[in-house]
Design a binder for this molecule. Structure first.
Ligand code: GAR
Length: 189
């Protein structure tokens, strides 16, 4: 059995998708369990979603800490307590320090073709750019924001009259396919 922890900050549709596709499922003899979900935003929609799968989210509000390092220490402590083999950042919108990156093996989902459009506005920025394709990336987390080794990417053609909503929908549908696949791959190694 391999254990994962999911970190999220918002609506949690990727979290829900990971529960649906991976939780207590088996892949070539590899069984996966979501042992913890951790959220920094007490108002996040993903909280209810996690509860629906029987996992009570751990809320660690970054506003309760004096520094990024102290917040990360609490994150790391919770992750260690959960026994997770791998941490999956699924819409977790916090900059992480070395306190986290040196102690935890984590992958991050990002809604652009990295190294382009790093940061919290990747969808809008890539949509407004003159690029003919959009895409997504899953990468290992290191101390550089959205900068760790790339594991997998998917891209799509930006249609001429595509609205921002359609663009975003396309990104999410790719995310729902790619992220679970990468989690299985990383855990299988
Ligand atoms: C996803 O599109 C993910 O790629 C993005 O946040 C969204 C979360 O949606 N992550 C980042 O922008 C990280 N910098 P969700 O809460 O519905 O899964």
């Amino acid at each position: 059995m391999k254990k994962i922890a999911i970190l999220f900050s918002g609506s949690g549709t990727n979290l829900e998708n990971l529960f649906e596709k991976l939780h207590l499922k088996e892949f070539d003899g590899l069984k996966i369990e979501v042992v913890a979900t951790i959220c920094n935003n007490p108002k996040a929609g993903g909280i209810e979603k996690s509860k629906r799968y029987g996992v009570e989210p751990i809320i660690i509000n970054h506003k309760d800490f004096n520094s990024r390092e102290e917040f990360d220490e609490e994150l790391v402590a919770s992750i260690k307590r959960s026994g997770a083999d791998l941490v999956v950042l699924a819409g977790f919108m916090r900059f992480l320090t070395q306190v986290f990156t040196k102690n935890v093996k984590a992958i991050n989902l990002h809604p652009s073709l990295l190294p382009l459009f790093k940061g919290g506005h990747a969808i809008e920025e890539s949509y407004c750019s003159n690029m003919k394709v959009g895409g997504i990336t899953v990468h290992f987390v290191n101390e550089e924001l959205d900068g760790g080794t790339i594991i997998a990417q998917k891209c799509f053609q930006k249609e001429k009259d595509m609205s921002l909503e359609e663009y975003e929908k396309t990104i999410h549908s790719l995310e729902y396919k790619l992220l679970p696949k990468v989690v299985v791959e990383v855990l299988s190694k």
